[in-house]
Each structure stands twice: as C-alpha cells, then as structure tokens.
Design a protein around this ligand. Structure first.
Ligand code: NAD
Length: 441
C-alpha cells in the first residue's frame, strides 16, 4: 500500500493555480469543486487525490448532423464528461437542454463521482448532454438525434465502461433508442449484454421496476431517516416544489401518500398555490396533458416571487441548477431545504439559509436513489433477472438509510454541516481506494 500523501489545507483557487486552470467565482464547476475541496480539508485528503478530482478524466465533445421533419439539416453538439472511474465504470445521466454548457456537464459528472462513492455503488461519475430543446422537436426528430448522438459517442460508452441514464429532458424512450442503436453496433456475441449500455430503460426492454420513481423514492427514504432527528414528523408537513417532471411529480405523489401536503409549485410554465393543498395526482395528470403546471384550475396562479416566499416546512427544488440564489433564499420561509435536483443552491444562498437555521439536505445524498436503482437495473441485466418492485424498494431503502446514517455520523464526528459531511464521507471512500490501488504507473 502506498503511504498517504498528506498536505496542508488548500483552497480550490490554489489547486486551480497549481493546475494553471482558469477560474471564476461565479462558475458552477468552480463553486462545486471548491465545496468538495473544503470537505477534503476536513479529512486531510492527500494532495494527489485533490488534484485528480479537480478535473475530469475525459471531456468528450461531439458534433453531428441530423435531418429535421421539414427536410432541413441541423448540426448538433453533444457532450460526455467522464469525471472519475476509480470505483467502477463511469455512470451518469444524459440531459437534453438548449442552454447546456460544458461546465454544467463537468459539474454534474463530478457530483456523480461523489454520489456513487457516498452510497457505495461500484461506479465512477459521468454526465452527458445534448444541446437541444426537446420540447421543440417531434418524436421522429428526437429519435434521429438520439441515435446519431449514440453513434457519435461510439466506444466512449459501453456496459462495462460508461453507462448513461435519463436526466432532464430525457426519459425511458430516449434510453430505448440509445440501447437499440448501441445493440445494432455490438458484435453478435455481445448483443444480450449490450442492453446494459443504459439504465432507465422501459420495463419491457430490460428496465427495472421502481426506476421511474426511484429518485423521488430515495428522497422520501432520506427524509424518513433524517427528519425525526430534527424533531419533524413528515406526515404533518407542508411542502413546495420547483419542477414537476420526473423527480418533482413523483416526490409530490409519494410525500402526499405519507400525509404531507403540497402547497405550491413553480415550473417553466409558471407558479401555482393553494392554501388547502394541491392534489399531487391530479396535477401530474394536468402536467402530462398540457406540459406544465400553468392553467391548473384547482390552484391559483402566483408570481415567482410569491412562490419563493410561500411559508412551507419542506422546500424541494427538483428542476435545474442554481434555482435557489441569495435573493430567493432571503424570501424563503422553510425549515428544511431538500435538494432533489443537482446543485440547486448557490453557495451564498446556502450560507444565508444555514445562518437562518434552515437544515440543508444535500443533493448527493437526497437524489442518489435514481442511480441506486439504475445500478439495480444494470445488475438485473447482467444476471438476467427481474426483481419485483417490492424487492427494489426494500433494497433501495437499505442503501438510502445507510447513506443518510453515515452522513449524520460524519457530521457529528467532523462537527460540520450535512453537505460537507456528505462530501467527506464520499472522499474518505475514494481516498481509501486510491491508497490501496495506488496511481499508475
Ligand atoms: P424533468 O425533465 O423530468 O423535469 C424538469 C423539471 O424542471 C420540469 O418540471 C420543468 O418544468 C422544470 N424546469 C425547467 N426549467 C425551469 C425553470 N426555468 N423554472 C422552473 N422550473 C423549470 O427532469 P428530472 O429528471 O425530474 O430532473 C430534475 C432534477 O433532478 C435535475 O437536477 C436532475 O439532474 C436531477 N436528478 C434526476 C434524476 C432522475 O432519475 N431523473 C436522478 C438524480 C437527479
């Protein structure tokens, strides 16, 4: 085993200077790595590990043409960032969004490395994206760009190497097209295992029971583990949500089933509120039929500003990054911020909320249920097994509760907040494996 290389505390700025990397305090990747490195200093993470985690291993960018339904051609930009594969194959979602940038993908890939280490999955971290507005494209156009993206990524992805999954703007259908394209390219002896190239597939095509709701289900298990310790009974709580897509709508339905009450929702179409509570199932039907929460007749339309200042017990961002900034945080009146989305809170907003006494439950813990059930799907594909939803839920519960308890234990041991404790728990595992494996050559 190599001796550990300990170093004095070192900020992200010093690390970036050492790497001769450009940095910007407002850049999401820089903010996220800064927060990870703060936690690294709490556990005296060796200097070489800090350096290795500060930049992704691979940043792949592809451009490819595809034909639109009207016969015109467009050139598309796709990304796959592979942050780290120390613990296993790269793993992470594919996002379709028209404003996506490389640094966002790098951030999400870094968070996947942390998340998989925290919940002890045999995976590293990655993330991919396609710069399109999926709502502005027909299903045929989406299929063509998805197949071309998969072909363009080629051997940069694979069931033993890098395994994509759904994220914002993609779903089980997207994964089915990716898997089918990959299987068509695979050698005949590998066609059966080739469907493990992606997770989040439709149930009939190698998907796992419970995968669609898994991220939200994981959020609920984390809340059930953590809230009693801060004297909160989930069944009596009011909550609000940013985003009513996969994660938001499932979180609403599962929390409602536990007795909690949805008071307000903000999505890309507008914001709604009801003092008597919004029925999560009915709203999910409305969103499926119309594309967003605007126009839901059983609640009143409110402004974005009123949404943020609505008093609730649990405030749950489940949309895009940085949707809770300092201005929003000043308005917010909640007991707990539950980060169902990735990186939804700016560092200033987090500081403000912590000073106000708000408990912040960090994303790498809260939303790790999605990748956990993705792992279950990948495992079922490899074993040619099909697990019942009750089995999936039970195993997910074990993983989520264990991770939440580890974070609480680390927070007490290091006397730090829950985000620092989540990163520190993940980093301790990564550091241990680096110290055992060493660094090649
Ligand atoms: P989705 O595409 O199903 O839903 C996204 C939601 O965000 C939609 O309701 C949309 O209206 C809302 N939104 C978009 N732009 C907005 C804006 N400007 N203002 C307000 N709302 C806006 O995506 P999802 O899969 O539910 O993912 C949501 C978050 O959860 C993302 O941060 C994602 O990375 C994270 N996450 C998802 C999974 C998963 O399994 N799907 C797993 C882990 C983490």
């Amino acid at each position: 085993m190599n001796p550990p290389q300990t170093t004095p505390r070192q900020s992200a700025r010093e690390i970036f200077d050492e790497l001769e990397e450009y940095y910007d305090e407002d850049n999401l990747y820089y903010q996220t790595i800064s927060s990870v490195l703060e936690a690294a200093d709490l556990i005296d993470l060796p200097h070489n590990v800090k350096l290795m985690l500060s930049q992704p291993k691979n940043e792949i960018m592809v451009h490819f043409p595809a034909q639109m339904d009207d016969g015109s051609w467009q050139l598309f930009k796709g990304y796959r960032v592979q942050h780290n594969n120390l613990l296993g194959p790269y793993k992470g979602g594919m996002r379709y969004h028209h404003t996506i940038k490389l640094d966002e993908v790098k951030t999400l890939a870094l968070l996947m490395t942390m998340k998989c280490a925290l919940v002890r999955l045999p995976y590293g971290g990655a993330k991919g994206a396609l710069k399109i507005d999926p709502r502005a494209m027909s299903p045929r156009e989406l299929e063509r760009v998805t197949r071309r993206l998969t072909a363009a990524l080629g051997n940069n992805i694979g069931p033993d190497y890098d395994i994509p999954a759904p994220d914002v703007g993609t779903n089980a259908q997207t994964m089915a097209w990716m898997a089918d394209t990959y299987i068509n390219f695979a050698e005949s002896s590998r066609k059966v295992t080739a469907r493990g190239i992606v997770t989040g597939k439709p149930l009939e095509f190698g998907g796992s029971a419970g995968r669609e709701k898994a991220t939200a289900q994981g959020v609920v298990f984390v809340l059930e583990t953590m809230l009693p310790g801060i004297g909160i009974d989930l069944s009596t709580q009011d909550f609000s949500l940013i985003g009513y897509g996969n994660v938001g709508s499932w979180a609403a339905r599962l929390l409602q089933a536990k007795g909690a009450r949805l008071r307000a929702v903000l999505d890309h179409t507008g914001a709604i509120f009801s003092k008597n509570g919004i029925d999560a199932e009915q709203l999910a039907t409305h969103v499926r039929e119309t594309g967003g929460v605007a126009g839901y007749s059983e609640a009143q339309a409110i402004t974005e500003s009123d949404f943020y200042s609505t008093p609730v017990d649990l405030f749950i961002p489940a949309a895009l990054e940085q949707m809770v900034d300092l201005e929003h945080a000043k308005k917010m009146q909640c007991k707990v911020l539950v980060e169902a989305a990735n990186a939804p809170t700016t560092p200033n907003a987090e500081k403000h909320l912590l000073n106000k006494g708000v408990e912040v439950l960090p994303a790498i813990l809260c939303n790790s249920g999605g990748v956990t059930v993705s792992y279950f799907e990948w495992k079922q594909n490899r074993l040619s097994e099909t697990w019942d939803e009750s089995v999936v839920d039970e195993r997910l519960k074990t993983v989520m509760c264990r991770a939440a308890e580890c974070v609480l234990e680390t927070a007490a041991r290091l006397d730090c907040n829950l985000r620092q404790a989540s990163y520190a728990t993940a980093l301790e595992r990564i550091a241990k494996v680096y110290s055992m494996r060493g660094v090649f050559p």
